[in-house]
Design a protein around this ligand. Structure first.
Ligand code: CP
Length: 331
């Protein structure tokens, strides 16, 4: 069931712009009112997206958006493409595997090449932390981070926040347990920043080697026992093991991981009544989550997260291109 989101626009400091940045590179560096502003805007796009007759808006008509993805993606790439098209923009996708990177072109030269095409916004996913920031320094238009290495995945955290807001009514005071490969997860990092800024209590849990102790300095509670971390929590975010970022073995086997950290019905019962289960995807069924939970729409918000992804990315594209379009509301 969806609850109403109360508009938080009244929390902006008087005389301040609603969103004060050229780029969206991370949640780190944003103010709580900027996050609330994006979520309020995105919430309005959810309604439009659910209405078959009026699914299009032409706010970004005449603008060109390049999606440059140097790592694989299903959800983020497609939702950015759909978001741009629903707002009337021309959207082109650059897949690294078919690009001149394969002929030895550097990342900087690729960025300069994209810039020469006068894109109005560039959305970038890259396997190296900091690569998106590097590109943003070389181009003239706004850059949106679609995930860089283990650093940040800001639009994922925003769509997760919108999902929690709509399901729970607010984020402040909610106990959110994030379980899995925290060490390699840009989703975990962006969510920790976002949830803490919005007043949630955040717990992280997983195998000791995959849950950095340094997170405690962010005001996050660290656990290695899943049952203790689940006790009374309102939201459970399950993460997949990021094997592609691991050098060496962090866990004995997927079977043992499932035994200690897999979310099943018995463990779900330890959480608060009506606890919400989330997963950014892609998920490994039978490893970090059982299908009986993932597919139960009363408990699981996994497909709703995907839906919110389109709305959040529409809001982000709209907001960062306002200067280009000379629309009020930019810094
Ligand atoms: N959650 C997420 O980033 O999924 P994709 O890798 O499919 O984009």
């Amino acid at each position: 069931m969806t609850k109403d989101i109360t508009s938080r626009n009244d929390r902006f400091p008087e005389g301040s712009a609603a969103f004060q940045h050229k780029h969206l590179l991370g949640i780190s560096g944003l103010q709580p009112w900027e996050i609330h502003y994006i979520l309020d805007q995105a919430d309005q796009w959810v309604t439009l997206n659910r209405s078959p007759a009026t699914k299009h808006d032409n706010s970004l008509s005449g603008l060109t958006i390049i999606n440059a993805f140097f790592e694989n993606s299903t959800r983020t790439l497609l939702s950015f493409e759909i978001a741009g098209k629903r707002l009337g923009a021309d959207v082109v996708n650059m897949h690294a595997a078919q690009s001149s990177l394969k002929k030895g072109e550097t990342l900087i030269d690729t960025a300069v090449t994209l810039n020469a095409m006068h894109a109005d916004a560039i959305v970038i996913r890259h396997g190296s932390s900091g690569a998106v920031q590097l590109i943003s320094d070389k181009v003239d238009c706004p850059v949106l981070n679609a995930g860089d290495g283990t650093n940040e995945h800001p639009t994922q955290a925003l769509l997760d926040a919108l999902t929690i807001m709509r399901r729970k009514g607010n984020i402040e005071g909610q106990i959110v347990t994030i379980c899995g490969d925290i060490l390699h997860s840009r989703v975990a990092r962006s969510n920790i920043y976002c949830l803490k800024l919005l007043g949630a209590e955040v717990r992280v849990v997983g195998p000791p080697a995959l849950v950095p102790k340094t997170l405690e300095s962010f005001g996050v509670q660290r656990f290695t026992n899943f049952e203790k971390a689940l006790d009374g929590c309102d939201v459970i975010m399950m993460l997949r093991l990021q094997n592609e970022r691991m050098q060496g073995d962090y866990i004995p086997s997927p079977r043992e991981y499932n035994f200690l950290y897999g979310l099943n019905e018995e463990r779900l019962a330890i959480a608060a009544d009506n606890a919400l289960v989330m997963h950014p995807g892609p998920m490994n069924r039978g490893v970090e989550i059982e299908s009986s939970i993932a597919d139960n729409l009363e408990i699981s918000a996994i497909t709703e997260q995907v839906e919110m992804g389109v709305a959040v990315r529409m809001a982000c594209l709209d907001i960062v291109t306002r200067k280009t379009r000379a629309v009020e509301g930019w810094a």
